[in-house]
Design a protein around this ligand. Sequence first.
Ligand code: FES
Length: 94
Amino acid sequence: MIEQDMRDTIICRCQDISLGEIMEAIDGGITDPEELKRFLHVGMGSCQGRTCGKLVTRILANVTGKSVYEIKQTSQRPPLVSVPMKEILGDNNE
Ligand code: FES
């Protein structure tokens, strides 16, 4: 059981998704990380889940009673690190 004040805790900072929103989705039957990602867009922000991915995995493990190693990892899209625009554009100022 999660205390009411903890439900407002932001788990995914990039997408502004709270623990309460994740728990509502899980209570609604979504326990697959990839489904959770598609439903809430958790882990689809600019960091691609580097910040929230492990938290979501732990939440799913706690709720389902599985080990964190049994929770499937979601796919990630590049870039996994920030790339300054000048590195993409090069020295050409035009
Ligand atoms: S914190 Fe969730 S995608 Fe960045």
